[in-house]
Design a protein around this ligand. Structure first.
Ligand code: NAD
Length: 343
């Protein structure tokens, strides 16, 4: 079976999910919906993606740009088994009525509130809960990073409490209108919304988060202190578990990866996706164990970390793989991120 996938909203996330769908052996991309013609639409045309007109977009604008369109997003939705909605925050909820009317399954992103869908999703944490569902929400980039780490630590040692500071990137690289460009801006919602969002996946997890925004576009960084219920043997046991888990990449001290610039330079050297880092990036020398407290830094590439999760969500909704690990393995092989941490 090949599931027919449509992408509504072709920006930072949508264009990456489209590329990822195209690489999967059990999925077919039926088209992408774009609101306005721009350089991204031109590239979609070069890639051969059928372009449909999203939202209040106008055919005349696409015609004037010389970009051929295949209809409106409604036409695209009619061709699909599932729509991945990657429209701006809160627009997904407005689009939900279109999907319901067409009786197609839909995936929403983290910019929507949890009740837009039947389940909030992360492949390592709760793959099976999305099986057969009609509406699934792939949680945000920061929540995905935290949920993956919770999925590693919880079953092995139990988590008594978790405090995380989210050092947030100010903007995505193409967002010229956002800031700050010189300053560190605290987010005056304490605790921040990220902790409650992780609890949409791990309802019993005791996690509190705070956030500051910093002038970078490269990645987010989480500073974590997790008090475990049972002590690991030593910190090497913790490091090894992260090393051996898919969707984690542990940089060794000798690699000279000082911070997010080198993580993204590694991603550019590797050339996965659009030079993306779809795994949680950890540093072996940035993991410490003090009694039952694990301290670790992790860097999150906001533009791409949710991409494999969208693919696994599709597979779960159509029951295309026996379980989460099998789907993750298929996705990561197709995207060329399998076992990237191990030499
Ligand atoms: P984006 O602004 O880069 O892209 C959104 C695209 O949707 C744009 O091309 C826009 O023109 C188009 N659009 C506007 N109105 C539309 C409509 N009515 N129907 C269809 N398309 C429409 O946004 P993004 O960063 O890709 O974010 C998309 C979703 O993914 C949001 O929910 C966001 O919270 C979530 N997300 C973003 C990031 C990130 O860091 N960029 C990370 C994880 C999750």
């Amino acid at each position: 079976m090949s599931v027919k996938v449509a992408i509504n909203g072709y920006g930072t996330i949508g264009k990456r999910v489209a590329d990822a769908v195209r690489r999967q052996p059990d999925m077919t991309l039926v088209g992408v919906a774009k609101r306005r013609p721009n350089y991204e639409a031109l590239h979609a045309a070069h890639l051969g993606y059928p372009i449909f007109i999203a939202g209040d977009g106008k055919k005349a604008d696409f015609d004037a740009a010389g970009l051929r369109t295949a209809g409106t997003s409604r036409d695209m939705i009619a061709l699909a088994d599932v729509v991945v909605d990657a429209s701006p925050d809160k627009t997904g909820r407005e689009n939900a009525a279109l999907y319901q009317a067409a009786k197609v399954k839909a995936i929403f992103q983290g910019g929507e509130k949890a009740d837009v869908a039947e389940v909030s999703f992360n492949a390592l944490a709760n793959y099976s809960r999305a099986k057969g569902k009609e509406r699934v929400r792939v949680v945000s980039c920061n929540t995905t990073g935290l949920a993956r780490a919770a999925a590693v630590l919880t079953p092995r040692w139990g988590i008594e409490s978790w405090e995380a500071t989210i050092v947030r990137r100010a903007a995505d690289p193409a967002e010229t209108g956002r800031g700050p460009i010189n300053g560190i801006v605290p987010v005056f919602t304490l605790p921040s919304h990220h902790g409650p969002d992780v609890k949409t996946i791990f309802p019993d997890l005791s996690i509190r988060t705070a956030a500051v925004v910093v002038p970078t576009t490269l990645m987010h960084v989480h500073v974590n202190r997790v008090r475990l219920r049972r002590p690991p043997r030593d910190k090497d046991e913790v490091i090894d578990v992260f090393r051996q888990t898919p969707r984690f990449h542990v940089f060794e001290a000798w690699e000279g990866v000082d911070g997010t610039p080198q993580v993204m330079e590694y991603a550019r050297d590797r050339g996965v996706g659009r030079n993306d880092m779809m795994e949680n990036a950890l540093w072996a020398n940035g993991i410490e164990l003090v009694e039952r407290d694990v301290f670790f830094f992790q860097a999150i590439h906001q533009e791409s970390i949710v991409v494999p999760e969208n693919i696994d969500a599709i597979r779960a909704m159509f029951d295309l793989a026996p379980d989460g690990p099998s789907s993750i393995a298929m996705t990561d092989k197709a995207l060329k991120i399998e076992g990237a941490s191990l030499p």
